[in-house]
Design a protein around this ligand. Sequence first.
Ligand code: DC
Length: 211
Amino acid sequence: MIITIDGTAGSGKGTLAKSIAKELNCVYLDTGLLYRAVAKSLLQNNIDPKNQEQAIKHAQNLDYSLLESKDLRTEEVSNGASIVASIGEVRTALLEYQRNFSKNLPKDRTGVVLDGRDTGSVVCPDADVKFFIDIPVETRARRRVEQYTENNIQTNYDEILQTMKERDARDASRDVAPMIAPKNALILKDPTLTIEETKNLALNHIKTTMQ
Ligand code: DC
């Protein structure tokens, strides 16, 4: 069973994907981490993520142990990831890893859950169940500020809102594998649902689809 969850920045894809994977005994891949690892690899070598030639080189020779890095979620890495993700050759270099992951399932697991921007449209177009999350950017920015505040990280709502809008626009407008709601995806866009309610709705949808 392959389940894909795509959607906008900070929409809660990861939280939903992890909880579904746990509930259904699936393995989980956060595909955004791959783009973040490429950005990190560039930044730690003082290379601008806009340098296409270097971005391609770093994606093709990616040290996958970087996926374990602790600081892949900084604003700098997030923006860098969105920039390198618009380069076709970077995407091609990361595609095989994602497809292999979805095909080589450990025997004791029932399926795989992937989250990202193109997992239902490009990485696994034949996935069994697809979701697309798109809640208002103001809600997402507010939640991000709350997370930072809880972790004692200084933050500014207007800046977060602005960078989220820029990332969404870049992710949705690029020529290669833009962020789109895949055909047949269940679209989750109600910002009033709690994490638990969203999870239950998704699990019911999976149950009905797989019957
Ligand atoms: O899901 P995320 O915010 O961690 O992703 C970081 C960036 O990576 C995002 O701005 C766009 C890119 N990305 C992508 O283009 N395709 C994916 N499948 C996952 C992420």
